[in-house]
Design a protein around this ligand. Structure first.
Ligand code: WTA
Length: 648
């Protein structure tokens, strides 16, 4: 590696961005951190000028912990900012290069994306959608997903995107909780060459709940699907003849832009509410500084639009910046393991943002796949979703980035809306495995239970100590849960992130993973309780516990313990049935990698499962003190079973 070591930093393995990169970077002012810290409101206010407002704010921030309002009184429209304002200068610039899994492709210029968005927005109005109505989008990675989101934003209807891989039950729960009367789906899509029937899943989900009035169906793969008379309408019929102009709705800065359901510590996912003005400012500037977006960049984020990363860094952030975005429908190994590198070469991708799980998988597949392609267009790499281990970091840096591209390791969450801890690629020396420093204007720290800062090197709870523009506003329909989950550990003005972390002697942050009942499987966020309730809903199951087991590729995989109902005999078929049951109820991503049938679980005298002990059993580490268990004898038995299960 050719980079020079930053002498002021104490730790080893520091890589500084090259002088060339630093010189051209969108943000290369080392004083920016101090400026932002001295006057955070002034800092964000200055950045808000990058957004076009119909009417500016009376006040930058109203902070009544834990409730924030940003750009109070300002008026704005998200879709106008992503589309219309680029048209005069950049109407013919490509906004989206869509690449289908089967090799088909489509490009939308900004002008075309605007027209399609307006047409669909008019279509939504036609079926009765009004400002404030929640529209659920249950679409795979196709342009219509982006168009639908922007069309909702255009008419002031909050969108509620549900990951296409989620099951019908998961869809039903999210549509039901959001009281959404309008749903958008498609007839199917390809994944690893297999046709998946999305419409069938949508139908099954909607059968379970009441209140959905219209289901709009994209004809994506010419799959023959049943259409329900009064409810279902084809996307193409809806937009046929629709006007390609649609006046954007003037929204209040604090109006809801979208809901995004995410897993937490209870069985029920929570609807994270994001509002408009602050979210736009936050995603605009983080995209601009962290991804260093320039006029000619071709930017590719491999996340799914169904997750927050897709919202903030496929759709809003990049389009607010007028960037050209690659949207890929399918799997990284279809038709072969070089598909991503083929796409990078074909489109000349300059900025590539992916997850550590993907990097570890590429590493396992071997460098020969990237070596089959010319990746010299790349100039910046990003990582998100889970900690990236130094080995994977270095492989990514060398094999994909040719030891030339800075890596931005970006820590953030559905709730934060924007990246919170990251390097700035033209400024920050990198340490493989560390997300480095809080973004300017963000005051992150690592605290103990009492709220004291822990000394460098020691682990603690990751906290954010000041408000930021794109922060979660509430949990949809459950304000109490909002207060309890994020603002009850140390008081209402310090945000509990739910991650463990440590800060090193250079002030660099090292994220250690979740401290609650959330498991990150291949970067996907799942709640243990959700999976446990799914298992318990099976008649054969009396009790279940679910845990994360360390995995070399996926970071963590799901490991389940099941106690059977009385008189139910144990069998291999039943195990497989239970595993399939979870996949069916939640989605394939929640499928347990291992499941054992247990006589009992490690419990305290009051009957609570001792999670710490279970975690040690699952991962084969030292269980520590078990004297407080009511059934210490179960520990050895479970350890033996886990070992057996892992050998299969
Ligand atoms: C984890 C994804 C380490 C973390 C944007 C967080 C990370 C959770 C990183 C949020 C990173 C995300 N390094 N861990 N760079 N980025 N995480 O809501 O545990 O799907 O709390 O948002 O992902 O997951 P979510």
């Amino acid at each position: 590696m050719t980079d020079t070591i930053e002498s002021s930093l104490k730790a080893e393995h520091v890589l500084r961005p090259s002088k060339e990169f630093a010189a051209q970077a969108n943000m290369n002012d080392p004083d920016i951190y101090q400026k932002a810290e001295d006057d955070p409101e002034g800092f964000w206010e200055g950045l808000a000028d990058n957004i076009d407002w119909y009417h500016k704010w009376d006040k930058v921030l109203e902070w009544e912990p834990p409730h924030s309002q940003w750009f109070v009184g300002a008026k704005v429209n998200a879709s106008y900012n992503c589309l219309d304002r680029h048209i005069r200068k950049n109407g013919d610039k490509v906004a989206i290069h869509w690449e289908g899994e089967m090799g088909n492709s489509e490009s939308y210029t900004y002008k075309q994306l605007l027209e399609s968005t307006c047409q669909f927005a008019n279509g939504l109005k036609e079926i009765g959608v009004k400002k404030g109505d929640v529209v659920t989008i249950y679409l795979p990675m196709i342009p219509e997903a982006v168009i639908a989101m922007l069309a909702c934003a255009r008419i002031g209807a909050p969108h509620n995107v549900v990951f296409a891989g989620f099951s019908s039950d998961a869809l039903a729960q999210r549509v039901g909780d959001a009281k959404s009367r309008y749903v958008i789906t498609c007839d199917g899509y390809y994944h690893r060459g297999k046709l998946l029937d999305q419409k069938e899943k949508a139908d099954k989900g909607l059968d379970k709940i009441e209140g959905v009035e219209k289901l709009v169906v994209v004809d994506h793969v010419a799959n023959i699907v049943p259409m329900k008379d009064d409810r279902d309408i084809w996307w193409h019929d809806l937009i046929r003849g629709a006007d390609t102009e649609c006046e954007p709705e003037v929204m209040d800065s604090e109006d809801i832009l979208f809901l995004m359901y995410t897993s937490g510590t209870t069985g029920k996912p929570k609807g994270v509410v994001h509002s408009t003005g602050g979210y736009l400012v936050g995603t605009y500037v983080t995209s601009n500084w962290i991804f260093d977006l320039k006029e000619n960049d071709i930017y590719w984020c491999t996340a799914d639009v169904g997750w927050i990363t897709g919202h903030s860094y496929i759709v809003y952030g990049p389009l607010l910046n007028g960037a050209t975005v690659v949207l890929y429908e399918g799997a990284p190994n279809y038709p072969d393991k070089d598909r991503f590198w083929d796409i990078i070469e074909m489109y000349g991708v300059t900025i590539f943002y992916t997850a550590p799980t993907a990097v570890r998988m590429f590493m396992k597949w071997g460098a020969k796949y990237p070596q089959m392609h010319d990746l010299s267009s790349l100039r910046l790499l990003g990582s998100v979703g889970e900690p990236i281990n130094p080995k994977a970091w270095s492989w990514y840096y060398e094999q994909i980035g040719g030891s030339r591209c800075p890596i931005v390791d970006t820590w953030w969450q559905t709730e934060t809306g924007m990246v919170m801890i990251t390097s700035l690629p033209g400024l920050t020396p990198m340490k493989p495995g560390s997300a480095t420093r809080p973004f300017p204007g963000i005051q992150a720290s690592v605290l103990d239970k009492q709220g004291n800062r822990v000394p460098p090197g020691r682990g603690g709870y990751l906290a954010i100590e000041n408000p930021w523009p794109s922060m979660i506003r509430t949990v949809y329909g459950d304000e109490q849960r909002f207060l309890d989950t994020y603002w009850s550990e140390w008081g209402t003005d310090i945000y509990l992130a739910g991650d463990g972390a440590r800060v090193d002697e250079d002030g660099y942050f090292w994220i250690l993973g979740r401290i609650d009942d959330v498991i990150k499987v291949a970067g996907h966020r799942l709640g243990t309780m959700e999976i446990e309730s799914s298992l318990v809903s099976h008649p054969a199951v009396a009790e279940a516990a679910v845990d994360g087991k360390a995995d070399e590729i996926k970071g963590e995989v799901i490991f389940a313990y099941v106690i059977l109902s009385a008189d139910v005999p144990e069998s291999e078929e039943l195990k497989q049935e239970l595993i399939a049951h979870v996949a069916e109820e939640i989605g394939h991503i929640a499928r347990p990698a291992g499941l054992i049938i247990a006589a009992d679980l490690p419990k305290t005298r009051s009957g609570k499962i001792m999670r710490r002990v279970l975690k040690a059993i699952t991962n084969g580490t030292d269980v520590g003190d078990v004297t407080t268990l009511q059934n210490p004898e179960i520990v050895e038995e479970l350890k033996r079973k886990v070992k057996e299960a892992s050998m299969h």
